[in-house]
Design a protein around this ligand. Structure first.
Ligand code: PLP
Length: 394
């Protein structure tokens, strides 16, 4: 019997992928299942981006590149940060990685020592706590509820900080809630962080472009430039350009930290795929109309899903500011049913009723569920009808 490391035994496989796999299994067994578990846009990668990849292949751009990304992709990223976010970076402050996931993994490995604490608001993207654990750090979770629109307050942040806090993670708009922090809320969090100069901040801006809130997109550096020297901005092309399979993420931040993350990457994956880097450059530097088209469609679906969910007795769904997820509370449904004791039971029951959703517990927020609306309106209508019927039959 193989003796596995303590490290791997501490982590769990991604629960969102587990739901997708379970739905696929049931489907293979002949059951009619609608999957609302997916964490990726349903659109194809835009054509001009694919064409760039074909060009890269045809031109023999198929060899190792610089570990931290090609100079021209890094230039496109620097321009993007300047134009979209008003942030200035030099080339040695940019690292291109194999997806946003690897960016955060590099960060955790480059920053944390055993026992270092990382403050993560819940509901969180499922990978943060496990990546922190793999780096021997301690996730410190701040819980939120639907009443605060699933956002942490300055007071909550302040009371989670200890001598061991190394990093605060903020993901806005959020996977799984779709909710974004307002400028005033970011400012209040920044004011707390200014009092604790040894804490670094990771802002995960992966859903930056998929937003429809009135203030538009802002991260903590937009409201508090004083935090520039200790903030790392994480972003990528996966969601905005429907490029999840291409595996390109990028980070901008302090040169010393970026250099350390690059060192980790140099001894693990080396450079991200040359062809995908070429395509990512076309995505960032090219026409942004493709993004606007996707966002228009997502917003239409969001509005439908929110109002349809709120018509189901016991379900409460707040409006999101972006992303392609909603995170309704189903606590009242659970409380009033003898059959269900928690959100895991509810997810299983809905799966048996033909719809795959991810239970809120997977994101550290029991009593809720995450539905992805990265699927067609017709499928969404069918899915919500099934959920309604199943819940009313409880
Ligand atoms: N950050 C957040 C908040 C996400 O939801 C995801 C994907 O689900 C990622 C980062 C990582 O994206 P990728 O590794 O596919 O680029």
């Amino acid at each position: 019997d193989v003796q596995l490391s303590d490290r791997v035994q501490q982590i769990k496989p991604s629960p969102t992928l587990a739901v997708t796999n379970r739905a696929a299994e049931l489907r293979a067994a002949g059951k009619d299942i609608i999957g609302l578990g997916a964490g990726e846009p349903d659109f194809d990668t835009p054509d001009h981006i694919k064409q760039a990849a074909i060009e890269a292949l045809n031109n023999g751009f198929t060899k190792y590149t610089a570990v931290d990304g090609t100079p021209s992709l890094k230039k496109a990223i620097i321009n993007k940060f300047k134009q979209d976010n008003g942030l200035d970076y030099e080339a040695n402050q940019i690292l291109v990685s194999c997806g946003g996931k690897q960016s955060f993994f590099n960060l955790a490995l480059a920053l944390l020592n055993k026992g270092d604490e990382v403050i993560i608001p819940a509901p969180y993207w499922v990978s943060y706590p496990d990546m922190v654990r793999m780096a021997e750090g301690e996730p410190v979770i701040i819980e939120t509820t639907i009443e605060s629109r699933f956002k942490v307050t300055a007071e909550q942040l302040e009371s989670a900080i200890t001598d061991k806090t190394r990093l605060f993670v903020i993901n806005s708009p959020s996977n799984p809630t779709g909710v974004a922090y307002t400028k005033a809320e970011l400012k209040a969090l920044a004011d707390v962080l200014l009092k604790h100069p040894s804490i670094l901040i990771a802002t995960d801006d992966m859903y930056e472009h998929i937003t429809w809130n009135e203030e538009g997109f802002n991260n903590i550096l937009n409201v508090c430039p004083e935090l520039y020297d200790r903030t790392i901005v994480l972003n990528g092309v996966s969601k905005a350009y429907s490029m999840t399979g291409w595996r390109i993420g990028y980070a901008g931040g302090p040169a010393k930290l970026i250099g350390a993350m690059k060192k980790i990457q140099s001894q693990s994956t080396s450079n991200p795929t040359s062809i995908a880097q070429y395509a990512a450059e076309a995505a960032l530097a090219g026409d942004q109309n493709c993004v606007a088209q996707m966002v228009t469609e997502f917003k239409k679906r969001h509005d439908y899903v929110v109002s349809a969910l709120n018509e189901i007795p016991g379900v409460e769904c707040i409006e999101g500011d972006g992303t392609f997820y909603v995170f309704p509370s189903a606590q009242k449904v659970i409380d009033s049913s003898d059959k269900l004791s928690n959100d895991l039971d509810l997810a299983e029951y809905l799966l048996e009723s033909g719809v795959a959703v991810v239970p809120g517990s997977a994101f550290g927020s029991p009593g809720n569920m995450r539905l992805s609306f990265a699927t067609s309106m017709a499928i969404l209508e069918d899915a919500i009808a099934r959920i309604k019927k199943a819940i009313e039959a409880l």
